[in-house]
Design a protein around this ligand. Structure first.
Ligand code: ZN
Length: 218
């Protein structure tokens, strides 16, 4: 989702319900990236989340500073997830730059994150790159999950790199059929270890999507 995507979409597409009647939402996939900063400064962004019923959120941003800013304004509600993207490093380039692991390691030393991601893996072969292998090793060394936007093949490739890696699979039901997602989750070795959690997002079918600050679906 872009910027405040999920929360804003909920606010736009659901029938108004009194806040007291709604269950609190723990949003595991939220971005507060650069295009959202000006139209939605932190206090305004947090108000949007509150009105949408989001009481806790995992936030990753391009660049990471967006998540840290939001956390400073609401430390009990916002937990950062460390995204590799910054400057010229984006979804299609980060796997080609082994130095990205040094960037991630430095930031992981400085503060506490819930995981590393959300990052994109467009092909299972990308998982063999030094950048991805070192990122997986960083996550494992700190017992962090990785938040992955991909189809099923890169997920399987990640488990070949490290069968004990913990994965939050973004958009799991978007590009893969539910039967396949279900079968992957039901694999005994994964169920027992709780090593994979799928987030199935099909909001694009629920109505028109509006992105804060423009941008694209991620
Ligand atoms: Zn995303």
């Amino acid at each position: 989702m872009r910027a405040l995507g999920i929360a804003l979409m909920l606010a736009l597409t659901t029938v108004p319900v009194a806040a007291s009647e709604r269950l609190p939402i723990f949003d595991t996939h939220l971005h507060y990236s650069n295009p959202a900063w000006k139209p939605f400064p932190p206090k305004k962004a947090l108000r949007v989340l509150q009105e949408a019923g989001v009481s806790r959120a995992l936030v990753s941003s391009t660049p990471d500073d967006g998540s840290l800013t939001l956390q400073r304004f609401a430390p009990s509600r916002i937990t950062p997830v460390l995204r590799p993207y910054h400057g010229a490093i984006g979804s299609s380039t980060w796997t080609k730059d082994p130095a990205i692991a040094d960037y991630l390691a430095d930031r992981l030393e400085e503060r506490r994150y819930a995981g590393i991601g959300e990052f994109h893996l467009f092909d299972a072969a990308d998982v063999e790159s030094e950048a991805v292998r070192r990122t997986v090793a960083l996550a494992r060394a700190r017992n962090l999950m990785i938040h992955v936007h991909s189809g099923a093949a890169p997920i399987e490739a990640l488990f070949r790199v490290d069968p004990n890696v913990k994965i939050l699979w973004a958009h799991a039901g978007m590009s893969e059929p539910a039967q396949l997602v279900g079968a992957m989750l039901d694999r005994p070795e994964r169920r027992l270890g709780q090593r994979i959690i799928a987030v199935a997002v099909e909001l694009h079918a629920a109505g028109p999507i509006e992105f804060v600050g423009g941008g694209e679906f991620e």
